[in-house]
Every structure is written in C-alpha cells, then in structure tokens.
Write a protein that binds this ligand. Structure first.
Ligand code: URA
Length: 238
C-alpha cells in the first residue's frame, strides 16, 4: 500500500522532534530520503517504503498511538463537545498530532481508564459487542452492595428499559465500595444496574479494560502511552 505523507510529519510522529527541530535538522543537511539529502521538510514520502534517515540512523514510522488516560470527572470522553471540555483537551500537541479518539465512553462524572488511539481497527474490536471485552469498575454506592446483589448481577438484572444484562461479577469490598466487572457496555450500565437493586452510585471509576489495569501512578487528568508489551497483551485478548 502507498501512504504518502509529509516528511516532517513522518519524523515528528516518530519522535524525532517538533516540526521546528525537524526544519533545523533538514537545514543542516542531516536528513536523507532514499539516500538523498533533502532540503525541504515538506516533501512527500511513503510511510511504508521510503528509507528515511537522520544522521544516517534509519527512522521507523510510528503510525499509531495508544494512550492510557485516567479521566477526571468533568471531562467528556468525545472528540468534541459544545459545553464541556473533552479528554482531548488534556493531551499535548505531540499526542494530538496523531488525531486520537477515545475507544468507548465514560460518563462526564465517571473517572478512570479511557483508552485513546487512532487505530480504528483496535478501537472497533474493543467496542464490538461480539468481543465481550471485560471492563472493571470501582463503585461507591449510597447503600453497600450485598450478597444478594452478587447473585442478581451474576444471573442478569432487568434495567429500567426492560433490557436484561449479561452475567456480571460483583465483589463487595469495605464500606460502600464494590468492584463490578461487565462484559458489555450499555448506556449508564453500572449506574442503572445499581438502581435496579435499589442503590445509587455516588462515585464511579473504571479501573481496567480487558486484561489491562489502569496505571495507579496516573493522577486524574494524566496519561501515558501503552508499552509495546501492553499493546500486545490487549491485542491478544481481542
Ligand atoms: N457505567 C456507567 O453507568 N457509567 C459509566 O461511565 C460507565 C459505565
């Protein structure tokens, strides 16, 4: 496949530096394309086949970005919103240059793991109802979840619109906290499941997607790229 992009985009996506840094490298004659020194950072190259080098070091093209974010409350997990800031507002320019989007939604008041990527295929697989990718939530409710809720959620609970949920694992913890693992993602599902058993969710945080736990060192609003190993782990599961 031929994928033609600008040389400076190729190099900045691949972590060589900012567009300004790249302009300066080109000016100094340190960048070659297929063996020829280039003078224009805007020339077109093929991301799959061009041999791009900086100071003779081959630069592999980075096409995709995979970000793990700890979404804070108050942010919408969308690329645009008329009224509220979105998770994209938390990203730096480098990450934004990949044009990532959130793979799935959390409510505005929900915190926790949002995966942002520009890999449409991976995002599609994570969200596909057929894949049943598990998601685990930490839930605080006004009344603590109890043993009967474990059974009800395991067997499937009927929501306000008549939908019966798939089997879910509930693990009550101390005080009013519990952990709920779902294999589907209906609108406001956790909150509606708790309402169905007479409890109101007062705090909600997603703590894992598939076999990937949210990095606990990420404060709300912080994010980091997934490691190669984590990407592999996620892809293996879906
Ligand atoms: N379930 C909810 O109710 N809200 C979320 O944000 C995610 C799951």
């Amino acid at each position: 496949m031929i994928d033609i992009i600008r040389l400076d985009k190729y190099l900045s996506n691949s972590g060589v530096g900012s567009r300004k840094d790249i302009k300066s490298l080109v000016k100094k004659g340190l960048v070659t394309v297929d063996g020829r020194t280039v003078s224009d950072p805007g020339i077109r190259v093929d991301e799959n086949t061009s041999d791009i080098r900086v100071e003779n070091n081959p630069i592999a093209y980075k096409k995709y970005i995979y970000l793990m974010m700890n979404k804070p409350a108050g942010y919408v997990s969308a690329t645009f919103d008329k009224h509220f800031p979105t998770v994209l507002d938390l990203l730096d320019e480098y990450c934004l240059s990949f044009k990532p989007f959130p793979a799935g939604r959390l409510d505005i008041d929900t915190e926790g793991f949002v995966l942002l990527t520009n890999d449409g295929d991976l995002s599609h697989r994570i969200l596909s109802p057929k894949k049943h990718v598990k998601k685990t939530y930490m839930v605080v409710s006004d009344i603590p979840a109890d043993a009967s809720d474990i059974t009800v959620f395991k067997d499937g609970v009927v929501l306000d619109d008549g939908y019966k949920t798939m089997s879910a694992q509930l693990a009550p913890d101390k005080d009013n906290t519990s952990y709920l693992t779902l294999q589907e993602g209906k609108f406001h599902q956790v909150k509606r499941m708790f309402e169905a058993v007479g409890k109101h969710v007062t705090y909600l945080k997603r703590i894992s997607i598939g076999n990937l736990p949210l990095d606990e060192s990420l404060a709300p609003g912080e994010y980091r790229e997934l490691t190669e190993e984590e990407i592999k782990q996620l892809c293996e599961e879906i």
